[in-house]
Design a protein around this ligand. Structure first.
Ligand SMILES: O=C(O)CCC(=O)C(=O)O
Length: 276
């Protein structure tokens, strides 16, 4: 959906827009807010991201021309918790927090600060998957409430060519819990016969999705990487016991009250690690 000029100027969604977004996530598995972040900010994020992508690939000896990760050329790694990545517009964007708080509760946490990139030269799509396993195992045959929302910020315009994420909306997030476990029917096999959508979106858009919705990365046939920032917000009751994001004390102290609350369980007072 496109956000109105008035909401963009106010930096706040109208209650009816929040409600629509919440209902779309519940019913369809996702909502897309198109072109929210200013282009200059996204270009700066992209430039700084490319500076850490090269070393991250070298560290793991990943060569796009040779191909890696089953010829998908997809790489995921945690982002360093420093600017420009940890900008409030990324970690606690009011459009996101208003929606996330409605679904997960306003005591939810941000517990994953990551990136997924379809690097040029990929030949194959990823396997269709959910970003979660079953919560309660094989015996749980009921659908559970949403406990995790993934938020993606594309750092380039995503088109047919450069490896859009492909999603299976409308119901794949609404299965009984055991369908997300290892003994469920083969998702890629089913997905071939189901309808999917390639998420084409301008740079600076915001995609909010139920982590159960089936999706896959697709190959990038352009000449440039296609990065997505990937954050996970989790309801307080299901928050991991141990944090994974390393946040220097002075960085934490400068955050807004909302961002501090979201990150309260993380590793505060620990220097930022280089991208892995
Ligand atoms: O950003 C994307 O294209 C999706 C990547 C993905 O789903 C994954 O790496 O697990």
């Amino acid at each position: 959906m496109r956000i109105s000029k008035e909401e963009m100027a106010a930096g706040k969604l109208l209650p009816e827009t929040v409600e629509l977004a919440v209902q779309l996530i519940k019913v369809n598995g996702y909502v897309l807010f198109e072109e929210v972040l200013p282009r200059a900010q996204v270009e700066n994020l992209y430039d700084k991201f490319v500076e850490i992508l090269g070393p991250a690939m070298e560290k793991h000896q990943l060569n796009p021309e040779v191909g890696f990760h089953n010829d998908t050329n997809h790489i995921g790694f945690d982002l360093p918790f420093r600017l420009p990545f940890c900008d409030e517009a990324i970690i606690a964007h009011p459009f996101v927090t208003d929606v996330v708080d409605q679904i997960l509760g306003d005591d939810c946490v941000l517990n994953y600060f990551h990136s997924n990139t379809s690097v040029q030269g990929g030949k194959k799509p990823q396997k269709v998957h959910s970003d979660t396993g079953s919560r309660y195992g094989d015996r749980c045959t009921v659908n559970l409430p949403i406990i995790k929302l993934v938020v993606n910020f594309p750092l380039v315009d995503v088109n047919e060519l450069n490896g859009p994420m492909e999603i299976w909306p409308g119901g794949t997030h609404l299965h009984p819990d055991n369908w997300y476990g290892p003994n469920s029917f083969n998702k890629p096999q089913l997905a071939e016969h189901m309808q999917s959508v390639k998420v084409l979106m301008p740079a600076g858009s915001i995609l909010i999705r139920d982590d159960r919705m089936w999706h896959r990365g697709t190959p990038n046939r352009s000449n440039h990487p296609r990065p997505n920032v990937a954050l996970i917000y989790t309801s307080a009751a299901n928050a991991p016991q141990k944090g994974s994001i390393q946040i220097p004390e002075e960085t934490y102290n400068q955050l807004s009250e909302k961002a501090k609350k979201l990150l309260r369980n993380e590793n505060i007072g620990i220097p930022v690690e280089p991208a892995n």
